[in-house]
Write a protein that binds this ligand. Sequence first.
Ligand code: PAF
Length: 281
Amino acid sequence: MQIISTTQALRDRLKTEPSVAFVPTMGNLHQGHLALIRQAREQGRCVVVSIFVNPLQFGPNEDFANYPRTFEQDCAKLAGLADVVFAPMVADLYPEPQQVFIDLPPVAAELCGTFRPGHFRGVATVVLKLFNIVQPQAAVFGKKDYQQLHVIRAMVRQLNLPVEIVAGETLRAGDNLALSSRNAYLTAEDRTEAVRLYWNLALIRESIIAGNSDFSALECAAIADLEAHGWRVDYVSVRAAESLAPAKIGEMNLVVLAAAWLGKTRLIDNLEICLNADKGL
Ligand code: PAF
């Protein structure tokens, strides 16, 4: 496995690679990332993983400075899984102030976009830059960041980017908490409580499968339960899985998404609800 830190060196390394599969990350890798990287192995001969904490996608009061940076441990986990680790410095990816951005569809300003203005613009811009540098045939993104996956797919489709976007399933801990780098921020007490987010999403999914289509009442009940247990909720929202538009009665493929704060930690999670398949269970 090679570790490369400059754009030029990466371009030189990949020049002769017939097919590249790419997994962009911000490091602090956990089993969820490693599963995406294993999935990438099925997509291309050469697997490139980037580790870059992208300042452009953090708001002024967010955790950019404190975001867990664990480069040595990350590289140890990647040995044998990735062919190339691309770990540029901020000055290499942004040698001049970034003034060209991706203008995203309105859905990027909803859900997490409401609470993290500019977040998806920063994500899409760095992902496009990374795609241009790595030029992968395929790139793998986790469904854990469902809205991010949606926005990246829209960018690729609407800008005709020659890359196949592959979605990876969310990995969960034994108690069903979705794996996330930010789980590292949770205190021991909060870690026990954190699974309540999943429980509420699972309850909404069960209720919808059982025939309840009062989405707004289901969302309000979940918010009330979380708040009663000390959470500060950004949103709980049932959406159409394909468009991420607010869910309408009769739609078969839905997703319930949530973001909420437990202490100083903001957690996000989602569950897909496929009424055809789920009804048959
Ligand atoms: O999902 C992430 O870790 C980041 O948003 C990404 C896609 C690596 C862009 O910085």
